[in-house]
Each structure stands twice: as C-alpha cells, then as structure tokens.
Design a protein around this ligand. Sequence first.
Ligand SMILES: [Zn+2]
Length: 278
Amino acid sequence: MRHLSRRDFLFAGISAPAALAASAASSLPLVDYHVHLNPSFTLDDAVALSAQRGVKFGIAEHAGTKENKYRVILSDDRELEQWMARLEGKPVYKGIQAEWLDWMSCFSKETVARLDFVLSDAMTIPGPNGERLMMWLRGFDPGDPQEFMDRYVAWNVKVIETEPLDIFAHPTWLPAPLDRNYDALWTPERMKPIVAALKRTGTAVEIDSAYDIPRMPFLEMAKDAGLKFSFGSNSGAGPANAMDFCLDTARNLKLAKKDFFVPAPRARKPIMRRRAVS
Ligand SMILES: [Zn+2]
C-alpha cells in the first residue's frame, strides 16, 4: 500500500496501529470483499476511497429472485451482465451477494463464473410458514434461545451446503436479542458443524468488521481446519466501513498471505466445481 501519514489513516478509517500491524504482518492482501454501493456511495466514490485507503474493494450487488426485497436485485443473466459491465475496467473485484437458497436458478453457471466472487450469509431464515425473515430488522423475535440456536446452526449448514459460495459472510452473527450472550450460545458443538460445512465445500470465512465477528474460538477452529479467510466491512447506507477489526484479527490469529481467499479461476469457481444440492 502507498505510504500514508497517521492523519491519513485516521481519515481513511484505518487506525495507524492497525495499518502498521498489517504491513508488519507482511503483505496481507488488503482487500475488502464486502462493499455495497448505495445512493450516497457511488462507484466513483468507491474507486476514490479504495485508492485513498490503499485497500482494494470487492463490490457486491444483491442477486436472486425478485421475491427478495432489496432496492436492487439482479435476477437474470442480462441484469448480471449489466452489473459486470458497469464494473468492467474499474480497479475493483466484481461480486454479488446472493440471496436465499435458490439464486442459482436465476443465472447460467457460465455467467456467474465470470464474477470474481459470490458471497452470502445466513441472516435471512425461514419463518414458520416458510416466509423469509430478515433477522436484522427491528422486531425479529428469535424465541427460545436454545431452540433458535439449534435451528440456526442447521440453517447455516444448509446455506453453506446448498449455495456455491466463494465467501460465507457474517459468520456467527446473532440477532440483537441474543447477541449479548454470544459466548455462551456459540458452544464448540454449535460451531463445529459450520466449520465442517465450510471445509467440505471449500468456502472462505469472512472476517467481518461490520459486526466484529467471528470471535476467536470460531476463528481458531476455522484456522485449524485450514479454511481461507477474507475481509469484509459490509458498507450499509454510507461509505465502506473501516477494517480495523479485520486487521487486528488477522494479527491476533497470525494469519499469513496463504490463509487468504483469492478469486478462483473461472473453471474452479464454486458454481462450476460444486454439484447442485437438491
Ligand atoms: Zn452485505
């Protein structure tokens, strides 16, 4: 990365200690694979901020059937191609944030494989009647915490096993009512099947500076399993967030360049190499 003064680091949203630690940790790939555009953060804004921070951005648009309620949702090959064309020639990775279990039905494999990455999370869960519950929205009631966790672990595994993802985003995220009990709820027995599913499918683990997750026990389990990691800040309504948590975590976990996700060649993309799960 280019040389930045302390003031520049602060301005860029990366604290000087974190950035220096990252450079000391020897050429960790400074890529934020979880950046979304929005009306107040355009593609030009993203390109400028990326240059200023010395962090490459992977920009993801939501994708899946029109049943998923987002401001923009790419739902067929033509829309996906338009998205890629928009990013073509820009110094960014091209991505999608895939929605629900059925997004693959919207696109041809070959078109998806032209993306640099596909990420998704387990934050939308089926309700009692199969409806899509966005658990981050105010008012979501998880019910009994232990019952919820068992259902949620199974849902995480289903998402990872069903969807051909490059990156699993927001791992171990919990809805607001449960978040304060994170350490007690995320027992090793609950983390293990998720790590195993990531391992089986060759899916990378996002280190998420939007929610500062996963915490160390999960990360250590993921590292021991030989999983790859990516950084993600999940810009919401504003510009891309800072990555301090990602860089601190990489240092604490002693990650090296070899531990990081890099976009696979087209023929080795998950959408090409993984068999469809019915
Ligand atoms: Zn996102």
